[in-house]
Design a protein around this ligand. Structure first.
Ligand code: WT7
Length: 635
């Protein structure tokens, strides 16, 4: 069982060196010893970042669900695989054992098959955080269908865009969803979306809220009766290691989201191996990641990584504030959570409530705390460390991306000494580089540059669905022979990394990755809007909030600005979802532009952040006069 579980810092360095000196033999050993393959690979790795093309374990055959479920049945059949905690604390938690999961996934997969879904078909999953969400994606994987989960907070237009881009033939959804005291009409959103999705001929509906919904004859069916009639046995479809497992969308610098494609073998190996080490997972731990399965964090570290290790993984349907801000701590105490993985925005929201809710709960089961999604500020880090972990549970600040599939830079708890706001050291096999603006690598310590990765790792996304050129342009064109992350980072004197934030047009709001372009496109649809520019500005809880600068068409009429602000946010909610709403909207006569017509967001960002000390030379702008006007009227 060599190198699968790293237990101290010396061992980390030793294994790290081995993994970068000879990546092929390192990953081959891990893959061989810890996973179930129907057939072994012919080649461990072939790659070319110029094309770009990356293949791991080519020629190997497997099914990921046999690794996540079947192989645990003999030893862990009665162990809880998924522990479901409902939105309403009065509703009982559900313990789904590995044996139950096996039968539920098989039944679901048999239903999919009976409805004509076959290997390679795309299935859109638009569900709240209920067990059926995990079961649905595993059922797709069982028969080789490619799941495309869309976060159930996205609007009908955003959903339709994603369904059409991936050309999904089926949608799996529920009647409604619960979010704290509210319930949301999910099926209504799907109905609206499907008016624009001609390729979808089947909608399977999970009953959750029991609300009145429309069922379109011939298209829509309740799931439960189909499951009741389905067999609970099914032979898993044998997949190639490089067959796509899923598509997951992430925002980019154009209006069109990018459908990141992850493949089967490498993704399994890397998510399982990182899960084991980053959370120092041991048998009988109760692991809880508070993310939604609609994001990559949920795919890799609620479903695949934990289940591949035979772990108990918690799925929470609700929100941290319902019925009150003690809910997370209720759950930690009730289920004796050992690893707790959440986002800085949640930590800040909880910290704002002080320690009243913490002091009334027993959090002594916690061994490891995690954070992900955006840079964590020092204050939040200390609050988490002092109050939640009582300085005994190390914090793993895990940096990674939808595109990377798994955790890339992180401490290994009980091995790597932590340092507030630092994601610390590259994980085993990961070779980061900091680049300067001229495309040269900055060597040595005390460096500050753009974060790239020099060598492929098993779970790197293989392409953007239907647009390989965009994959190349976005990630492999900025620096030769490197994967470019879009983030800036510092490296200190001991080689620790601190992620400083995005260097492109993506803004992270409450841990959600939002592109400025799609939001601006939405705003510009308002009939009176001429132009707009979105920037981020610092926000206590969300990390960043959105600030919009909007110019209006000359109509001669006077407009009520408050009404306009509401209308603009309404359009954004319809086109993207409430997560993309603007906190501040400033109407202005012009936006600062370069002579080639590019909006100078850097200036707008500084003004929105009330940091105008160093705006740089604005005299070369096309329209320097608008800068003063914008500063005079800043909100
Ligand atoms: C972007 C990726 C992968 C999980 C969820 C987000 C930022 C992520 C950290 C961290 C600083 C972080 C980066 C990255 N980010 N984790 N620990 N420290 N920044 O996935 O939506 O694909 O966003 O989130 O800017 O590029 P995502």
């Amino acid at each position: 069982m060599s190198n699968y579980h790293i237990k101290h810092l010396e061992e980390y360095y030793q294994v790290y060196r081995k993994s970068v000196r000879n990546p092929e033999s390192f990953w081959e050993e891990i893959a061989e010893e810890h996973f179930l393959w129907r057939k072994k690979w012919d080649t461990v790795l072939s790659w070319d970042f110029k094309k770009p093309e990356v293949k791991w374990f080519e020629g190997a055959k497997l099914n990921i669900t046999e690794n996540c479920i079947d192989r645990h049945l003999a030893t862990r059949g009665d162990k809880t695989a998924i522990l479901f905690e409902p939105n309403d604390p009065k509703e009982a938690a559900q313990h789904i054992t590995y044996k139950d999961l096996y039968h539920r996934v098989n039944k679901f997969a048999n239903v999919l098959k009976a409805k004509g879904v076959t290997k390679g078909d795309r299935v859109c999953v638009y569900l709240p955080m209920i067990p059926e969400l995990a079961v649905a994606i595993l059922a797709c994987a069982r028969i080789g269908a490619i799941h495309s989960v869309v976060f159930a907070g996205f609007s009908s237009i955003a959903l339709a865009t994603r369904i059409n881009d991936a050309d999904c033939k089926m949608v799996i959804t529920s009647d409604g969803s619960y979010r704290g005291a509210k319930s949301i009409d999910l099926k209504g959103i799907v109905d609206e979306a499907l008016e624009d999705c001609k390729g979808v001929n089947k909608v399977l509906v999970v009953k959750r809220t029991k609300s009145e919904i429309m069922m379109k004859a011939g298209r829509d069916e309740w799931l439960q009766p189909l499951l009741d009639d389905a067999s609970d046995e099914l032979v898993a479809t044998v997949m190639d290691a490089e067959d796509p497992l899923f598509i997951l969308y992430t925002s980019g610098s154009t209006g069109m989201p990018k459908g990141m494609v992850h493949s089967t073998g490498g993704y399994l190996v890397y998510t399982a191996y990182t899960f084991k080490n980053v959370f120092q997972y041991r048998e009988n731990d109760i692991y809880w990641c508070t993310a939604d399965i609609g994001w990559i964090t949920g795919h890799s570290y609620i479903v695949y990584g934990p289940l591949a290790n035979g772990a108990t993984t918690v799925m929470f349907e609700g929100v941290p504030s319902y019925p009150d801000y003690g809910r997370f701590w209720d759950i930690v105490e009730k289920h004796k959570i050992t690893q707790f993985y959440t986002a800085p925005t949640a930590i800040r929201a909880l910290a704002k409530e002080g320690v009243t809710y913490i002091d009334t709960h027993d959090l002594s089961s916690l061994k490891v705390l995690g954070t992900v999604g955006e840079p964590i500020n020092e204050e939040a880090w200390h609050w988490y460390d002092d109050n939640v972990g009582k300085r005994k549970a190390p914090i793993v600040d895990t940096w990674w991306q939808t595109e990377t599939g798994g955790i890339m830079i992180t401490p290994i708890p009980f091995c790597t000494p932590t340092k507030p706001t630092y994601a610390t050291l590259p994980f085993i096999g990961i070779q980061p580089a900091l680049m300067d603006e001229n495309g040269k690598e900055i060597k040595g310590d005390q460096a500050d540059g753009r974060l790239c990765i020099k060598f492929p790792w098993p779970s790197i996304a293989r392409t953007i669905w239907g647009n390989h050129q965009r994959y190349k342009d976005t990630y492999f064109s900025a620096y030769e022979n490197m994967y470019f992350t879009g983030d800036g980072a510092l490296r200190d004197e001991v080689g620790y990394y601190r992620i400083t934030g995005r260097v492109d047009d993506v803004i992270i709001v409450s841990g959600h990755n939002l592109g400025t372009a799609p939001i601006e496109d939405a705003i510009n649809e308002h009939p009176t809007v001429s132009e707009s520019a979105i920037v981020g500005f610092p926000h206590d809880i969300k990390g960043n909030a959105l600030y919009g600068y909007v110019t209006l068409k000359e109509t001669g009429e006077s407009r009520n600005h408050d009404n306009l602000r509401k209308e603009i946010n309404q359009i954004i909610t319809e086109q993207i979802g409430p997560i993309a709403k603007l906190d501040k909207i400033q109407f202005t006569n012009g936006l600062p532009k370069t002579r080639s017509g590019k909006i100078m967001r850097r200036i707008l960002r500084k003004i929105a952040g009330k940091d105008t000390s160093n705006l740089g030379d604005t005299s070369t702008l096309l329209n320097p006069e608008c800068v003063q006007e914008i500063m005079d009227n800043v909100l």
